[in-house]
Design a protein around this ligand. Structure first.
Ligand code: SF4
Ligand code: F3S
Ligand code: FES
Length: 250
């Protein structure tokens, strides 16, 4: 534990802009704050909001890396503010909103709107073809398979993989790693009756698996450490084979 005399003075440079407010041009604003033990960027921003500048906008819900709402560019890299300790950063810290997503103001972006549009395009829900009979138990699933599905379901839709992806910056409708991971998750699920030919309709183009240029920023910066590289490589092979079969039979 550092004594008060040993504590660092942090300089927090924040990119500020409210597109709804004509008096708010894009600008950098600097705040100074004394570092505390085990301080996270959530604590920094809350302190600034409470004691220095109540107009600063940013999002937090869970403070525990679960809701995905506090993602932002931290010294230029996408990450979760609530899981980032200041002791792992220098004294000068730059914060900016995630690119690609609609800017609400300052550090707050509308990831929900982007995620919803992507989910509707890819139909990221279980297609079981039946009306669910609540009196009937679902068929048993092997625990190993349930684990594999759970592993991919840990995505918190934070948007870091999209902000880290050069393709997503260039192509508005690119599904990105978050969308491809969702398709990989439903492919595993025996309750989803879609075939690979059906999945090909959703991701077998340049806005899907064939738009991915293997830049791997998604894999390197996913805060939940999802196995995105493996899933994307697997899906690419599967969709390539599915496309070739489709072309030869057509
Ligand atoms: Fe965030 Fe990872 Fe999900 Fe992308 S795949 S939205 S980086 S949790
Ligand atoms: Fe983008 Fe990840 Fe592919 S960073 S290009 S989705 S490997
Ligand atoms: Fe929920 Fe950071 S506040 S992930």
């Amino acid at each position: 534990m550092n004594t008060k005399a040993e504590r660092r003075q942090l300089q927090i440079h924040v990119l500020r802009y409210n597109p709804q407010d004509p008096d708010s041009p894009p600008r950098m604003q600097t705040y100074e704050i004394e570092e505390a033990d085990n301080m996270t960027l959530f604590m920094v921003l809350t302190d600034i909001g409470e004691h220095q500048d109540a107009s600063l906008q940013f999002d937090f819900v869970c403070r525990a890396g679960i809701c995905g709402s506090c993602s932002m560019l931290i010294n230029g890299r996408p990450g979760l503010a609530c899981r980032t300790l200041t002791k792992n950063l220098g004294e000068k810290i730059t914060l900016a909103p995630l690119p690609t997503f609609e800017l609400i103001a300052d550090l707050s972006v509308n990831t929900g709107k982007w995620m919803r549009a992507m989910s509707e395009r890819l139909e990221t829900w279980c297609h079981n073809g039946d009306v669910v009979d609540l009196n009937k138990l679902e068929p048993r699933m092997e625990p190993e398979l349930a684990e594999q599905i759970y592993e991919l379901e840990r995505c918190i839709e934070c948007g870091c993989c999209i902000a880290a992806c050069g393709t997503a910056q260039m192509k508005e409708k690119f599904t990105g790693a978050v969308g491809l991971n969702k398709i990989a998750r439903f492919r595993l699920d025996p309750r989803d009756h879609r075939s690979d030919a059906d999945y090909y309709e959703f991701i077998g183009d340049d806005d899907g698996i064939f738009g991915c240029m293997s830049l791997l920023g998604c894999n390197d910066l996913c805060p939940k450490d999802l196995p995105l590289q493996t899933q994307i490589a697997f899906l690419r092979r599967k969709m390539l084979l599915t496309g070739l079969k489709g072309n030869s039979s057509g």
